[in-house]
Design a protein around this ligand. Structure first.
Ligand code: NAD
Ligand code: IPM
Ligand code: MN
Length: 361
């Protein structure tokens, strides 16, 4: 059986890190005797340059006909002044919406060998293992109207949710909590926002269906503090689109770098879009310095969730773990006495470890 994968490199370091992930996938194909078929399409700033829009129907249709999508990152200073409706980021929001990917999973777990690489104290981060479940296709990112009025004297963004959109993401989060440590923290701003009060009601209603899961509610301001002062209190954290965006970049500090974190954007079937949580990093693009690990771990999540290849996904994670344990790292990680490598070099170490240790069939 073939697995059809759409590659969307995007902009900035997107291309560099996606190339790294594909190298790793080639090793998986070889070791485990799989056949992946790849097709590359445009998204983001480079799509604006070529087609005048950040996402073409052709790219959307290719994704709809595939089994999974791997995405690098979009955006950059070159396109910061294009009209709002065709910004690179709009392409990313549109592909998530068009594909119905309402649940964004962002697992955060510090690698044992990187505990000293975080600016946070080792004893604070050492037992943390968090899954952020971020609502991805609604909320203030998609609410209408979003506009300037009266010659720019007035500006409006709208936080809009339909009940079913909250219900389905809360259900997903409960289901993941059930498979983990059975604790769900719902993060909102219910002391101010009506949408948060409804969110809280829905979490409480749903909790009767999952009596084995312990539920707690936190306000987002306090949650952002607790995330870095006592991260081990969290198991699954569920929250709306923008809170989830911000809290996950904050949580990346536990791992030592934003470049480490993968994500899976999924819906109710096997299909998914996989991308690191970071952006196109224009400050280091083209320098061969990008950390490819967030992207490589995203490819592992693709194998796990979309292709049911648990062993292959674990083999990639083990290869990354070993690479870091041996002291190899990219420049974004603050490590004393390690070996600093380029994107290509660290990818080579990871693929070698995978080749040697991945199970043969
Ligand atoms: P960013 O995540 O691109 O970069 C923030 C900082 O982290 C930078 O210093 C960067 O060098 C560093 N960094 C990020 N990923 C790294 C990696 N893999 N290896 C090493 N260092 C890494 O955020 P930003 O600078 O605020 O945004 C830049 C552009 O990216 C913007 O246009 C933004 O809209 C876009 N963006 C896109 C996505 C996405 O495509 N999913 C996500 C976030 C931001
Ligand atoms: C992310 C990014 C995007 C988001 C932007 C680029 C639209 O920050 O994937 O985390 O906010 O969802
Ligand atoms: Mn983000």
């Amino acid at each position: 059986m073939e697995n059809r994968i759409i590659l969307l490199p995007g902009d900035g370091i997107g291309k560099e890190i996606l190339e790294a992930a594909v190298k790793v996938l080639h090793v998986v194909e070889e070791k485990f005797n799989h056949r992946f078929v790849y097709e590359t399409h445009a998204i983001g700033g480079n799509a604006i340059d070529r087609f005048g829009v950040p996402l073409t129907d052709e790219t959307v249709n290719a994704c709809k006909n595939a089994d999974a999508v791997l995405l690098g990152a979009v955006g950059g200073p070159k396109w910061d002044n294009v009209p709002a409706d065709i910004r690179p980021e709009k392409g990313l929001l549109k592909i998530r919406k068009e594909l119905g990917l309402f649940a964004n999973l962002r697992p955060i777990k510090a690698f044992a060998s990187l505990l000293h690489a975080s600016p946070l104290k080792e004893h604070i981060i050492k037992d943390s293992d968090i899954l952020i479940v971020r609502e991805l296709t609604s909320g203030i990112y998609f609410g209408k109207p979003s506009e300037r009025r009266e010659n720019g004297k007035v500006v409006v963004d709208t936080l809009y949710y339909e009940r079913y959109e909250i219900e389905r993401i809360v259900d997903k989060a409960f289901q993941f909590a059930r498979m983990r440590k059975k604790k769900l923290t719902s993060v909102d701003k219910a002391n101010v926002l009506e949408s948060s009060r409804v969110w809280r009601e829905i979490v409480n209603e749903k909790s009767s269906l999952y009596p084995d899961v312990e539920v707690e509610h936190l306000l987002v301001d306090a949650a952002s503090m607790k995330l870095i002062t006592n991260p081990s209190q969290f198991d699954v954290l569920v929250t709306e689109n923008m809170f989830g965006d911000i809290l996950s970049d904050e949580a990346s500090v536990l791992t030592g770098s934003l470049g480490m974190l993968p994500s899976a954007s999924i819906r109710s079937d096997q299909f998914g879009l996989y991308e690191p949580i970071h952006g196109s990093a224009p400050d280091i693009a083209g320098k061969g310095m990008a950390n490819p690990i967030g992207m490589i771990l995203s490819a592992a999540l693709m194998l796990r969730f979309s292709f049911a290849m648990e062993e292959e996904a674990s083999a990639i994670e083990a290869a990354v773990n070993e690479t870091l344990s041996d002291g190899y790292h990219t420049a974004d990680l603050q490590i004393e006495n390690g070996t600093k490598l380029s994107t290509n070099e660290i990818t080579e170490v990871i693929t070698e470890k995978l080749l040697i240790n991945g199970k043969k069939f």
